[in-house]
Design a protein around this ligand. Structure first.
Ligand SMILES: Cc1ncc(COP(=O)(O)O)c(C=O)c1O
Length: 360
């Protein structure tokens, strides 16, 4: 039987963080930057108690959720769009703006989905070099051509954990041509307590040519429900709504996200946990001559250049002990480094115990 020909895609397929290890039970998964404390108990309670009518289609516009987001983040409800993960919002942005001759600038070690969705719609992906695994504004500006349409920045970036401070972000917007859309992905902003950091939403909420991405997959602990949102000019939102799948966010996700936003205590607890555990892990790692990025989001990028073992070997040996980190050689092409998600206290202790046994 013959099939019509597929389109030709010039892309490396996204490979998510591993979550299974053959027959090993009780694995410690520190490979996907999920919430260390799980989901807010208030969210769990509401999902159990609500008589969710899953036989009905969900609200196509996620209106209750958009109301709650606009209340919490003091932003205009009419400039919001929700997606099945921020992933889907990235995809829709690419579908909306990019033709085959258009160019997209992405920092070399940036989150992979920007280049994947850009390539799927046929745009040319232009990578801007970083400096010490940090986005470099000048290198981005050097890559601008008459065909540039979008610049994507994850801030902080996954997997490097580095970020542009608010002055650098403002500089970037100022120096970029006005008709280039700057997309700032705030996926990890809740964790960021660094003094020189501001979220994309806080800096650019009234800028027409900036689009901001947020997710419920990280600190809110709803990764499996697939829900995120975007914030941009009314013109962009209205155009996105024309191409958005009609019922793109399911009702359970919408209900859970509304409740997750209200549970401020859980967020505060998660941020404190993250800082405390990140500091603990960072000082432990330094005793093994493994350095990391300065603490920022809920993960660390571990550098094995000064360490007696190579990243690849540690990655494999940890797996034999049931501990999974993210191998950033795959996809990101970053050598001799591993990404470690800050887990629960128990998970982090298990990771450190496994590491000690590898190094003894
Ligand atoms: C920077 C960044 N943006 C977006 C996402 C995707 O989030 P979502 O689960 O909302 O699709 C991730 C997930 O790891 C991420 O690291």
């Amino acid at each position: 039987m013959s099939l019509p020909k597929f389109k030709n895609f010039n892309l490396d397929v996204y490979r998510p963080g591993k979550s299974k290890l053959g027959n090993i039970k009780n694995i410690i998964k520190l490979s996907a930057n999920e919430s260390a404390l799980g989901t807010s108990p208030k969210v769990k309670k509401i999902l159990n108690s609500k008589n969710l009518k899953i036989f009905k289609y969900p609200d196509p516009l996620s209106n209750s959720l958009k109301k709650e987001i606009s209340k919490k983040f003091r932003c205009d409800e009419t400039k919001l769009i929700c997606g099945s993960g921020s992933d889907e919002v990235i995809q829709m942005i690419c579908q909306l703006f990019l033709n085959s001759k258009d160019e997209v600038i992405i920092p070399r070690y940036s989150f992979l989905m920007y280049r994947i969705y850009s390539a799927i719609v046929g745009a040319k992906v232009v990578l801007a070099e970083e400096k010490n695994f940090k986005v470099d504004v000048n290198n981005i500006l050097k890559k601008v051509s008459k065909n540039t349409k979008i610049v994507f920045i994850a801030n902080p970036n996954n997997p490097t954990g580095t970020y542009l401070n608010y002055k650098e972000l403002i500089q970037l917007r100022k120096k970029l041509r006005q008709n280039i859309l700057l997309v700032i992905d705030d996926a990890y902003f809740e964790y960021m307590k660094n003094n020189d950091y501001k979220s994309g939403l806080d800096i650019f909420r009234s800028k027409e040519n900036v689009f901001v991405l947020r997710t419920f997959s990280k600190i809110y602990g709803l990764a499996s429900l697939r829900i995120g949102w975007g914030y941009g000019s009314k013109k962009i939102i209205s155009a996105l709504n024309r191409i958005r799948p009609p019922f793109n966010v399911n009702a359970i996700a919408q209900t859970a996200a509304v409740e997750a936003l209200k549970d401020t205590k859980f967020i505060v607890k998660s941020v404190r946990h993250n800082l405390r555990e990140a500091n603990k892990l960072k000082s432990f790692l330094s005793t093994l001559n493994i350095s990391t990025n300065p603490i920022s989001a809920n993960f660390l990028l571990l550098n094995f250049d000064e360490c007696k073992l190579a990243a690849r070997s540690v990655y494999k040996k940890l797996q034999s002990k049931g501990v999974i980190l993210r191998n950033v050689e795959v996809g990101y092409k970053i050598k001799n480094k591993l990404r470690l998600t800050i887990g629960s206290t128990k998970e982090n202790a298990a990771f450190m115990k496994a590491m000690k046994s590898l190094f003894n």
